[in-house]
Design a protein around this ligand. Structure first.
Ligand code: B1M
Length: 232
């Protein structure tokens, strides 16, 4: 029997358990991740801390080793799957805040890009903050965004890109909105690991969101400005 099999997650203290979750996420062990998420919740951890400290923390390590050629796509897919298992437990809890509906957002990952964990996390946190979120998934050409905007009439358009090769596509979407005279109708927020504030400004977005928490803060901020404008 290996050492791994001897570990009883519920017997670890919080720090050890989070460390073990980093290992289990790295190894793509979905059931273990789900069990550990439940243990942390039972111990009184708030869902947001489980998400950011344990799951996102673990995925950051995976990201470094992916970059350095230590992990490859199949392993990273398993890690992503384990992460999603943990996120699915947290999702209803994050959405359960009972906050009044503050606004509506359409969100999707841009064309050519299939990364969806960050986008899903933003969607979850936005729902938790009282936004109605319409998630149009991954690999979205501009037509998908336009269709969703027309059908859903959201306040905010959110776009995600994780690749340096796909992030310029955000500008294609924004330019199309400008061409069609629709740009002023929506607040456009963008995010994803390779982006930065400068890029957000350069492509004409209203805001660059470093992470999901910033996305929520910015979205709330834009909504309160919108309400003030309407009131004034
Ligand atoms: Co990909 N991948 N990947 N990958 N992958 C990265 C992005 C990479 C940085 C890894 C690396 O080399 N270090 C690298 C990109 C390099 C670059 O462009 N500079 C990379 C590469 C190269 C690739 C492939 C090309 C690999 C290959 O095939 N050779 C390929 C491309 C596929 C494609 O999209 N066409 C690929 C494939 C994959 C998998 C399928 C294996 C898997 C994705 C699974 C999935 O998403 N379902 C995967 C993963 C998991 C990663 C890493 C390891 C983790 C991404 C992640 O989920 N992070 C990633 C390394 C890294 O980012 N460090 C990597 C956790 C997530 C919570 O963070 O997504 O940043 P993040 O989201 C944050 C913020 O960015 C922000 O808030 C989120 C929450 O706080 N945010 C937003 C994100 N979107 C937002 C939208 C908003 C607001 C905020 O709207 C308002």
């Amino acid at each position: 029997m290996s050492d791994e099999e001897d570990i009883v997650l519920s017997e670890l203290n919080d720090d050890e358990l989070v460390e073990q979750m980093f290992d289990d996420l790295y190894d793509g062990l979905k059931e273990e991740i789900e069990e550990a998420v439940n243990i942390l919740l039972e111990r009184g951890w708030v869902p947001y801390d489980v998400l950011t400290k344990a799951l996102v923390g673990g995925m950051t390590i995976v990201g470094h080793d992916f970059r350095d050629g230590i992990l490859f796509v199949p392993e990273v897919l398993l890690a992503a799957n384990a992460m999603k298992g943990g996120m699915s437990i947290l999702k209803p809890l994050l959405a359960e805040t009972g906050a009044p509906r503050v606004g509506k957002m359409v969100i999707g990952t841009v064309k050519g890009d299939i990364h969806d964990i960050g986008k899903n996390l933003v969607a979850m946190m936005m729902e938790g903050a009282g936004f109605e979120v319409v998630d149009i998934g991954i690999n979205n050409p501009v037509e998908n965004y336009l269709e969703a905007l027309e059908n859903e009439q959201p306040d905010i358009l959110g776009m995600s890109a994780l690749l340096t090769t796909t992030m310029p596509y955000m500008k294609v979407v924004i330019d199309t909105l400008v061409e069609q005279g629709l740009r002023e109708e929506y607040t456009v927020l963008v995010g994803g690991a390779p982006l930065n504030e400068e890029f957000g400004k350069a492509i004409g977005a209203d805001g660059y969101c470093r992470d999901a928490a910033v996305a929520v803060e910015m979205a709330k901020d834009f909504m309160s400005r919108k309400h003030n404008q309407l009131a004034g």
